[in-house]
Write a protein that binds this ligand. Structure first.
Ligand code: ATP
Length: 267
């Protein structure tokens, strides 16, 4: 579905500051998308074509969607987001129609970023007869990408958890020819993600985000965001005995002294 408020999370404009870690990855995405979008003359001068598509791959919840939205938001590009499974329609011709509409919209509102999440879901399953719709959708997507004349002004970002499931035809030059891995964050990057997601919280002195990062090996960005939110909810529960729900106002001294403590982040 199209999201008019895309590039915005919680009503606030998304920025590169909202992405924890992923510095090199973001730099590469910006070079391949934002630079040609803002300065097509550089590419004309060098005699090279800007990319039409970039593929972000890695485990769920690592920030692929976040990067795509932030680039759109920061570069002022129109953002259209579709999910692979949503395009696959069992009604003949409807999937192709949906893709055409998306690309028409992108062209009319260029510069645009078309974000296709779960791109692997439109990979034809070769062993099965049921791959027919997927085959047609891949063919249509190739047609749309090959037909893009707005070089650099309409860019497709695909996201997948399974690079090996992406149809080989989509990965040829002139299509999704840049592949950028968005991996599980290391300890330093987890600290950054935790900083971002506790930014607005009144943290007690005993909270060490570095310590939390050390103890959350294997957590992805989405897990860390959930951990932060849960901590605040547990803090709230701690304060509940001091709050009379019948009262219209929360006592100012409760509001003033409220803190999220280290213990709130533990089970
Ligand atoms: P999926 O493959 O499931 O679509 P994804 O890689 O696109 O996952 P996102 O949707 O970008 O993941 O991440 C989900 C949420 O997790 C984000 O909205 C954000 O709140 C948080 N998050 C994930 N990665 C990061 C990060 N690197 N920095 C800050 N927040 C992050």
């Amino acid at each position: 579905s199209e999201k008019p408020a895309a590039g915005f999370e919680g009503g606030k404009k998304l920025s590169y500051e909202d992405i924890g870690g992923l510095k090199d990855e973001l730099q590469r995405v910006r070079e391949t998308i934002e630079l040609p979008m803002r300065h097509p003359e550089l590419f004309r001068k060098l005699g090279i074509d800007p990319p039409k598509g970039v593929l972000l791959y890695g485990p769920p919840g690592t920030g692929k969607t976040l990067i795509a939205k932030a680039v759109a938001s920061e570069s002022g590009a129109h953002f259209i987001s579709i999910a692979g499974p949503e395009v696959i329609s069992k009604y003949y011709g409807e999937s192709e129609q949906r893709l055409r509409e998306v690309f028409d919209d992108a062209r009319q509102n260029a510069p645009s970023i078309v974000f296709i999440d779960e791109l692997d879901s439109i990979a034809p399953k070769r062993e099965e007869v049921t791959g027919e719709v997927e085959r047609r959708v891949v063919a249509q997507l190739l047609t749309m990408m090959d037909g893009l004349e707005e070089r650099g002004q309409v860019v497709v970002i695909g996201a997948t958890n399974r690079l090996d499931a992406i149809d080989a035809a989509l990965r040829r030059p002139g299509r999704f020819d840049r592949e950028i891995e968005i991996a599980v964050p290391n300890e330093r990057d987890r600290t950054e993600v935790l900083k971002i997601h506790t930014r607005g919280m009144p943290l007690a002195e005993d909270v060490s985000l570095e310590e939390m990062a050390r103890q959350t090996h294997g957590f992805v960005g989405a897990d860390l965001a959930a951990l932060a939110r849960e901590g605040a909810i547990r803090a709230l529960r701690r304060y509940m005995p001091q709050i009379d729900l019948e009262e219209d106002e929360i006592p100012p001294e409760v509001l003033e002294t409220m803190e999220v403590q280290a213990g709130d982040f533990r089970e």
